[in-house]
Design a binder for this molecule. Structure first.
Ligand code: SF4
Ligand code: SF4
Ligand code: SF4
Length: 319
């Protein structure tokens, strides 16, 4: 980790000194323990703020749709890099605007699980090679990193950046044997009533703060359908019907676009399992179109393209 951090700083300094980029997006120490915060480095004197550890959880591609015509370097894990590809494919950023500082990723820690498993205020956190040491006034606990990865990282099959201009660190072995859709398969085994109950139990916790939307790199519309009042697509209340519509449309808008980075779920103050819907849609897109988001800079997502020879038999002719 230390060596990766040193190299991130070195590369960032070089890019800024050479004037190759206007600023660098990376991570700095968070104001809270167990967290790193996104940071924008404009001057070479500030590169020492950049860090790399197992708490660099944000998908930094979320900032790239707001850079205007600047040229920017961005620290990118596997999922960030896939979102970058998806944003390029969707015409939201230009490849030549972005210097991708790719970091092969071992997975990020599920800080909420750690917070729930200690009693009292956390006063110190140290990361060793495969462990996290957490201390408070009356406790000291060691967490094995592998056992405390965020759910999105436990099923991730693309740890290595799919594109990078500068690669820092050795590529990691992808976990080909992981059953990425195990949770979806379990959900599908439930009866219709059980699925409906689970869906409602989750979405009825929603307070419609839209932190999930703000955190998602693919939610870049200047005016979101939920904010639109003319035409008004959806009610703005916290009743089950409005909440269901909001969550179903949010999930459908991610078809062929979500990289399962978990940014939305981590941002949600109500700890709603948001990924069960987007993951289900990812599975359908993979089954029907053999497509995974952000793996190929030349291939548009299935719902954003068509071929005149496509089968039309899904259209009811009314006969
Ligand atoms: S989803 Fe994959 S690439 Fe992204 S942080 Fe988790 S392990 Fe790393
Ligand atoms: S919907 Fe959630 S998991 Fe999917 S890309 Fe957006 S933030 Fe990441
Ligand atoms: S972050 Fe959570 S509570 Fe806020 S709108 Fe999204 S799902 Fe609802």
């Amino acid at each position: 980790m230390q060596e990766v951090q040193r190299k991130i700083r070195e590369k960032a300094r070089n890019l800024l000194l050479a004037g190759s980029v206007d600023f660098v997006i990376g991570f700095e120490e968070g104001a809270l323990l167990l967290r790193a915060s996104p940071v924008f480095i404009h001057k070479e004197d500030d590169v020492e703020k950049l860090i790399w550890d197992s708490f660099c959880e944000n998908n930094l591609a979320a900032y790239l749709t707001k850079i205007g015509n600047k040229r920017v370097a961005v620290v990118a894990k596997g999922c960030d890099s896939r979102s970058i590809v998806a944003l390029i494919v969707e015409g939201q950023i230009k490849r030549e605007q972005i210097v991708v500082i790719g970091i092969p990723c071992q997975g990020m820690i599920d800080r909420r699980r750690i917070e729930k498993e200690v009693e009292g205020e956390i006063l110190e956190v140290k990361e060793k090679s495969d462990e996290i040491l957490v201390k408070g006034d009356s406790f000291e606990k060691v967490f094995k990193k592998e056992d405390y990865l965020h759910p999105s990282c436990r099923t991730c099959k693309h740890h290595n950046p799919v594109i990078s201009d500068i690669l820092i660190g050795k590529e990691v072995k992808e976990r080909a044997q992981v059953d990425e859709y195990a949770e979806v398969d379990e959900y599908e085994k439930k009866s219709v009533d059980e699925r409906w109950d689970y869906f409602n139990k989750e979405v009825n916790k929603c307070i419609r703060c839209y932190a999930c939307r703000q955190a998602c790199p693919m939610c870049y519309c200047e005016e979101c359908f939920v904010d639109n009042s003319y035409p008004r697509w959806i009610g703005k209340e916290l009743n089950s019907s409005d909440l269901a519509v909001w969550h179903i449309i949010r999930a459908y808008h991610q078809a062929g676009r979500c990289v399962d980075c978990g940014n939305c779920e981590r941002a949600c103050p109500m700890e709603i399992n948001l990924r069960f819907l987007t993951k289900k849609i990812n599975k359908e897109v993979k089954n029907y179109f053999n497509f995974e988001t952000g793996l190929d800079i030349t291939v548009p997502p299935p719902l954003a393209t068509f071929d005149v020879k496509d089968k039309q038999d899904f259209i009811d002719s009314g006969e």
